[in-house]
Design a protein around this ligand. Structure first.
Ligand SMILES: *[C@@H]1O[C@H](CO)[C@@H](O)[C@H](O)[C@H]1NC(C)=O
Ligand SMILES: *[C@@H]1O[C@H](CO)[C@@H](O)[C@H](O)[C@H]1NC(C)=O
Ligand SMILES: *[C@@H]1O[C@H](CO)[C@@H](O)[C@H](O)[C@H]1NC(C)=O
Ligand SMILES: *[C@@H]1O[C@H](CO)[C@@H](O)[C@H](O)[C@H]1NC(C)=O
Ligand SMILES: *[C@@H]1O[C@H](CO)[C@@H](O)[C@H](O)[C@H]1NC(C)=O
Ligand SMILES: *[C@@H]1O[C@H](CO)[C@@H](O)[C@H](O)[C@H]1NC(C)=O
Ligand SMILES: *[C@@H]1O[C@H](CO)[C@@H](O)[C@H](O)[C@H]1NC(C)=O
Length: 751
């Protein structure tokens, strides 16, 4: 099974990693730390000057030239300034105190978090495109590499890379090279050699990076399917755009220092859009300048590059959203209208439909059925639960040739190893996710599971059959169960995730160097695979941004983000956590071409926001670099509850019984019709009073700006309510510019 990196796989990764780190730490206590020093000093100084500066600092911190030399891992300096070195904690703190250093933080290991989806988003293959502009756009994908032989990356009809392109195409084992579609492919691996025994190559041996890249910019490939499932034309959202792969993820995960090295290169290479389906392995929040992705994204946005990031797969729990810096777009995963159903029948005809991707057709009319508890090995020594079919708890003789009923997900390898012919799993954690398994399998609701369990108990000759999966229509969109929810910890009054895009059961290109499930027991190697995750949602937004940019070349990353957010479609299937799951809603790329008004954010507004967050002028000068001195005490101070011209509005109450009182200051820019008058409409729930001042905005030219404020007051009427959502809509009858207004309080403090 594979949830773009399932929790199970994850736990496994971390166990391995833990063991390895312990074994290496005995001969070297120094650990890699990233020393981040803000903007590059001066373009003319070049990399060599930066490297000298880094070496000097390191010698000062360590106090021994020889050790310093051995400890240096890598210097950054193409797009921002900094380095990675192996340090002891006290050396790290010594460096952190230096005037020229913004932050020092330990390297952590992050994880990876049809194409009917574009049809579903209202973007048919024939949608109007600005092909010339689109083919000059480059999408930089940060992932597990790419398999360029995929039909989705066929470059027939593509001209040479755009002239601005400065990137590279690295060589490596099993990598057939770049073309005019995949114009760049490089890898970054600064980790200890004993952590990565993989070949150093940009090729994708996992499948994830190929999948992501084709969702963003794959060419249309008719007749794509996974063994006939989800058949149709597979294509990316910006099929004329070019792809550059930055391979920063290896079998153990994706380390901060590699991610930063990739970003340092991508910004300088000339990419227009960056797609990063990577996030921390845990849910804890990190200060923006101790977060490799937030740092890299800051420098990218400064250069006008749009950055789309996956919001994480830690849902449905609240406060699990990741990658929350306001300069990037945080993407949640929503569903499309297609469900993968697998019928299960037992006994003399009772049947139910489960969820899975089962490509195996049954060879017999029925199979003997057993359950984990019946097939238990009485003399098993392994810890574990036989009901859950944990590895080592079952008796091979009682499993061989049978379909086994188990409680919980993910025992397919065990059942296959014991010669079982199928697996029925009872699960309610991911009721909407169709996983692939190495044996015929279906996941069913626990209530249905109890029925099967009772049937197995009631007879000596229980039988069942699992059919091949078929696709059915379902009502959509809704937020996928696994998609991380807000609110966030770092800047509490900015709503995250920002937006949702399809991330549930997406068919896209795959690497034939990896099996469908990623398991070594799986001998199904395919050109197109179906996987789920916020990882898959993220490149949808990257492509939508490229699509908007191909019509509006001068729009800033914040303007494009605003266009995508204010034209998004709210979830059709209402869930209790509403906007905390999907932000402004599901993207509608075609509508985003004509948003009417945009909420733009300049670099100096981000700086004012950072001043308000407590970063001082010294730090800020390092971040911005250059001759222009930003000074927190002379900049126009950030005003209001959130301090940023954000396209959504959010308030987290500091205490569950606090009264609601917030003020949001906003400025919109007219990008619709020259002469237009917009009126504010507010929909708000009981208890929440939203006042907009003024309630009309008149424009008589394009690019004209108008400001307004939104005052939010009230209280929670229901004692156990924890969210109140209102909606502000500016309308000129042609455009509808929508912003959710969300108030959240954490109830657990009361209980
Ligand atoms: C049952 O478990 C014991 C102890 O782990 C093991 O030696 C034995 O092979 C198992 N029996 C079967 C049939 O799987
Ligand atoms: C079936 O039998 C097992 C083992 O005796 C027991 O744990 C389980 O609760 C039974 N299930 C039902 C639905 O009766
Ligand atoms: C699902 O139903 C809708 C509305 O009837 C239809 O437009 C759409 O094409 C259907 N989707 C699939 C996958 O059949
Ligand atoms: C990759 O290349 C190496 C060396 O050429 C080869 O041994 C290996 O089998 C290849 N791996 C795959 C998955 O094709
Ligand atoms: C800014 O903050 C840094 C790190 O906290 C500190 O070392 C420095 O002295 C501060 N500068 C000013 C001008 O307050
Ligand atoms: C910022 O401006 C204040 C007030 O004008 C001034 O006192 C301070 O020295 C300036 N700080 C920097 C780092 O330029
Ligand atoms: C909040 O107010 C309710 C009702 O007045 C009260 O019962 C509760 O103790 C208060 N909670 C806290 C955390 O102060």
């Amino acid at each position: 099974m594979k949830l773009s990196e399932t929790l199970l796989v994850l736990v496994f990764f971390h166990l391995c990693l833990g063991v390895r780190l312990i074994s290496t730490s005995t001969h070297n206590e120094r650990k890699p730390y990233i020393v981040y020093m803000g903007d590059v000093a001066d373009a003319n100084d070049g990399l060599a000057a930066h490297a000298d500066q880094h070496n000097t600092l390191l010698v000062e911190a360590i106090g021994d030239e020889g050790i310093a030399k051995e400890s240096m891992i890598h210097s950054y300096g193409r797009s921002f300034n900094g380095f990675v070195a192996r340090l002891l904690p006290h050396e790290a703190s010594r460096l952190a105190q230096k005037e020229s250093v913004v932050s020092v933080f330990p390297n952590t290991i992050q994880k990876l978090h049809t194409t009917r989806s574009w049809e579903f988003l209202g973007m048919p293959e024939t949608v109007r495109r600005n092909l010339k502009a689109e083919s000059n756009l480059i999408i930089g994908v940060f992932d597990t590499g790419i398999w360029p032989q995929s039909p989705s990356f066929n470059d027939k009809g593509y001209g040479p890379p755009p002239p601005k392109w400065k990137g590279k195409c690295a060589k490596g084992a099993n990598f057939t090279g770049c073309n005019n579609k995949v114009i760049g492919a490089t890898y970054f691996n600064l980790n200890d050699p004993d952590m990565t025994e993989e070949d150093l190559t940009p090729v994708d041996t996992d499948g994830h990076g190929t999948h992501i890249s084709s969702i963003a910019a794959g060419v249309p490939v008719p007749g794509a399917s996974l063994y006939g499932l989800a058949a149709g034309t597979a294509r990316g959202g910006a099929p004329s755009a070019r792809i550059s792969m930055y391979k920063v993820c290896w079998y153990f995960g994706c380390s901060d220092m590699d991610l930063l090295a990739g970003l340092d290169a991508a910004i300088a290479d000339g990419v227009d859009v960056i797609s990063v389906s990577i996030g921390p392995a845990g849910v804890a929040g990190r200060d923006f300048f101790e977060d490799a992705l937030a740092i890299g994204a800051f420098h990218a946005v400064k250069k006008g590059i749009f950055v789309s990031c996956a919001g994480g797969n830690f849902g449905p729990e609240l406060m699990t959203v990741q990658n929350v810096a306001p300069w990037m777009v945080t993407v949640a995963a929503s569903s499309i209208d297609r469900q993968f159903q697998t019928a299960v029948k037992w006994g003399s005809g009772l049947g139910i439909s489960g969820i899975s991707i089962n490509t195996f057709s049954p060879r017999k009319k029925s199979y003997p059925l057993t359950s984990g508890s019946h097939a238990a090995n009485a003399s098993a020594k392994a810890d574990g639960n036989a009901r859950a079919c944990d590895s080592g708890t079952l008796d091979q003789r009682k499993v061989k040739g049978k379909i086994v009923y188990c409680v919980g997900l993910g025992q397919d390898s065990t059942i296959r190893e014991l010669g079982g012919s199928g697996l029925i799993m009872a699960d309610d954690q991911y009721p909407d996710v169709a996983f692939s398994y190495v044996v015929a399998a279906a996941a069913i609701k626990p209530t249905d599971g109890t029925k099967i369990d009772g049937y197995v108990n009631s007879t000596k000759r229980a039988t069942a059959i699992i059919y091949r999966t078929r696709t059915v229509n379902m009502s959509a969109p809704f937020v996928a169960s696994f998609s991380s929810r807000g609110p966030q910890f770092i800047t509490p009054n900015i709503l995250k995730p920002d937006i949702a895009a399809p991330g549930l059961s997406i068919l896209a290109a795959y690497s034939q160097l990896a099996s469908i499930t990623g398991s070594e027991d799986d001998n199904r190697f395919v050109k197109y695979n179906v996987i789920s995750g916020t990882s898959m949602a993220c490149p949808h937004v990257a492509a939508a941004a490229a699509y908007v940019k191909s019509f509006h070349s001068r729009w800033s990353p914040a303007a494009i983000k605003s266009a995508l957010m204010t034209t998004a479609t709210p979830m059709k299937i209402k869930q209790q956590d509403a906007e905390l799951g999907s932000g402004s809603g599901q993207i509608n790329p075609v509508k985003a071409l004509h948003p009417g008004l945009i909420y733009d954010i300049s670099m100096s507004s981000y700086i004012s926001f950072l001043c308000k967050q407590g970063y001082n002028s010294t730090t800020i000068h390092l971040l911005t670099g250059g001759k222009k001195l930003y000074n927190c005490s002379t900049l126009r101070p950030a005003r209001g509850t959130d301090g940023l011209n954000y396209p959504s509005m959010h308030l987290q109450l500091p205490h569950p019984n606090s009264t609601i009182s917030a003020a949001f200051y906003r400025t919109v820019t007219n990008v619709g019709y020259k002469n237009s008058v917009y009126t504010a409409k507010v929909k708000s729930p009981e208890g929440l009073e939203v006042t907009v001042v003024p309630t009309t905005l008149s424009f008589n030219r394009l690019r004209q700006k108008r400001s307004f404020k939104v005052l939010v007051k009230g209280k929670f009427v229901e004692e156990d309510a924890w969210i109140l959502s209102a909606l502000l809509e500016w309308s000129d009858s042609k455009h509808s510019v929508r912003s959710p207004i969300v108030v959240y309080r954490q109830l657990s403090a009361i209980i």
